[in-house]
Ligand binder design. Structure first.
Ligand SMILES: *Cc1c(COP(=O)(O)O)cnc(C)c1O
Length: 399
C-alpha cells in the first residue's frame, strides 16, 4: 500500500477544470471552492442584505487586519504586523517611502536586475517625486552584497526571481543590509504560499506580496504589507488616506497616523476581493509549511529530471532546489510558440520574454503524476515540433 497523499485533502478544496494540468499558480492561483461560496454569500447576504450595515455587522472594516493575520502565519510575521490591502505595487510604494523616510541622509535604493519591473518602476518614480536626490541603483543579483555601501537607505529585493525562480538568502542579506545601516524591503510575490518564509526570524524591516498567486485570492486580489513591530510607530508612508488615520470617523482635516500597522492603509478596502482572499486562505489551515516545501521540491525536481539532458531546452533556474522558489523555467528560442502548443494540449504554464517558458508548482493542488505528464507532453511537443504553427506564434495581449 502506498502512503496516503497529504495534499489530496487540499487539492479537493479547489475547482480544477477537467483536462487541465495547471502549472501557472505562480501567476494566478485557481479558484478555491470556499472563495466561490463566500463571494456568493457576501454578495447576497452582506452587500445585498446588510447594505451599509455590513461595515460593522459583517466586520468588513476589520478585514484588512483579519486577512493579514491569516497571511502572517505563512510568512513568519509577528501578530498584527500584516495588513491585506491595495496592490503589491501600491504597497511597495508605501513600504519603500516609509523606509526612505527612516534613513534621511542616505540616497540610494539598491535593487537587482532580477526584480520585477513594477518594483523598479515604483522605485524610480518615488525617487524622482521625492525630489531629494534619491537614486535607484540596479545591480546583478550576485553582487547585491558588495553594493551595500553607506549611502544605501533601502535594499529592495524580490526574494524569488519571477523569471528564473532563483532565491535570495533573505536572512543573510537582511543582516548585511542592516549592518551597513540600510533597511530592507522584501517582495514576497513568489514566496508567500510557495515556501516557508520567516520575516521575524530574518529580522526583515518591510515586506509586501501578492494575493492572487500562490495565495489563490483571485484575479487582482488585494496584496499584503508587513512592517516589523519595531518600526511601526515611526513608519510614515508617503501615501496617506483616511483608513490610515488615527480616527477616520472624526473626519478631521489634518492627518494623524493611526498607531501600529493601520497607518499603512490608505483608502476603503475592496470587500468582495478581500472576502474571496479570506476564504481562499482557509485552505491553508492545518498545512505544514515544511511539508509544503518538501512537496514543492519533489514536484520541481521531478519536472527538471524528466527534461534535463534535452539539447533544445536550457534550464534557466538554479539546478539546486534549495536555491529555487517553487517554479522552474527553461529557455527555448521559440518559447512563446512552445507554450501556446502546450496550452492547446491542456498544460498551462506561461511565457516570459524573451525566451522563457515558466512552470509553477503549487503543492496544495499539483500532483507528481501531473508533473510527470506535463513533462512528457512538453517532450512530445518539442520532438514533433508541434509548436511550429502560425497560430502558436500569434501574441496575445497578456502572455
Ligand atoms: C506579480 C508581481 C507583482 C505584481 O504587482 P501588482 O501590483 O499586483 O500588479 C509585483 N512584484 C512582483 C515581484 C511580482 O512577481
Amino acid at each position: 500500500m502506498t502512503a496516503p497523499d497529504p495534499f489530496a485533502r487540499t487539492r479537493a478544496l479547489f475547482e480544477l477544470p477537467e483536462g487541465v494540468i495547471y502549472l501557472d499558480g505562480n501567476s494566478l492561483g485557481p479558484l478555491p471552492r470556499a472563495a466561490r461560496e463566500r463571494l456568493a454569500h457576501v454578495v447576497a447576504q452582506e452587500w445585498g442584505g446588510l447594505l451599509i450595515r455590513g461595515w460593522n455587522e459583517a466586520g468588513w472594516i476589520d478585514l484588512p487586519a483579519r486577512v493579514g493575520a491569516r497571511i502572517a502565519r505563512l510568512i513568519g510575521a509577528e501578530p498584527g504586523a500584516v495588513r491585506a490591502a491595495d496592490s503589491t505595487s501600491v504597497n511597495l510604494f508605501k513600504a519603500l517611502s516609509a523606509a526612505l523616510a527612516l534613513r534621511p541622509g542616505r540616497r540610494t535604493i539598491l535593487s537587482d536586475s532580477g526584480n520585477f519591473p513594477t518594483d523598479l518602476y515604483v522605485a524610480q518614480r518615488l525617487a524622482e517625486a521625492l525630489g531629494q536626490g534619491h537614486v535607484l541603483r540596479v545591480v546583478a543579483p550576485e553582487t547585491v552584497e558588495d553594493a551595500l555601501d553607506s549611502d544605501v537607505a533601502a535594499l529592495m529585493l524580490t526574494e524569488v526571481d519571477y523569471r528564473t525562480g532563483r532565491r535570495h538568502d533573505m536572512a543573510a542579506l537582511t543582516a548585511r543590509a542592516q549592518a551597513a545601516g540600510a533597511l530592507t524591503v522584501w517582495d514576497l510575490a513568489h514566496s508567500a504560499g510557495a515556501l516557508p518564509v520567516d520575516l521575524a526570524g530574518a529580522g526583515a524591516d518591510f515586506a509586501v506580496g501578492c494575493g492572487y498567486k500562490y495565495l489563490n485570492g483571485g484575479p487582482g486580489a488585494p496584496a499584503f504589507l508587513y512592517a516589523a513591530p519595531r518600526l511601526q510607530a515611526e513608519a510614515a508612508p508617503a501615501l496617506a488616506g483616511w483608513m490610515g488615520h488615527a480616527a477616520p470617523f472624526d473626519f478631521v482635516p489634518d492627518y494623524v497616523p493611526a498607531t501600529g500597522m493601520d497607518r499603512m492603509l490608505a483608502g476603503t478596502p475592496p470587500i468582495l476581493s478581500l472576502s474571496a482572499l479570506d476564504a481562499a486562505l482557509e485552505v491553508w489551515e492545518g498545512v505544514d509549511l515544511a511539508a509544503l516545501r518538501a512537496r514543492s521540491i519533489a514536484l520541481s525536481e521531478g519536472f527538471v529530471a524528466a527534461l534535463e539532458g534535452r539539447e533544445d531546452l536550457v534550464l534557466a533556474s538554479p539546478r539546486d532546489p534549495e536555491r529555487r522558489g517553487s517554479q522552474v523555467s527553461f529557455r527555448h528560442p521559440e518559447g512563446y510558440a512552445v507554450m501556446q502548443a502546450l496550452i492547446a494540449r491542456g498544460v498551462i504554464g506561461d511565457f516570459r520574454a524573451p525566451d522563457l517558458i515558466r512552470f509553477g508548482f503549487a503543492p496544495l493542488y499539483n500532483t507528481p503524476q501531473e508533473v510527470a505528464r506535463a513533462a512528457a507532453i512538453l517532450a512530445e511537443v518539442l520532438d514533433a515540433a508541434a509548436w511550429d504553427r502560425p497560430e502558436f506564434r500569434r501574441r496575445a495581449k497578456v502572455t
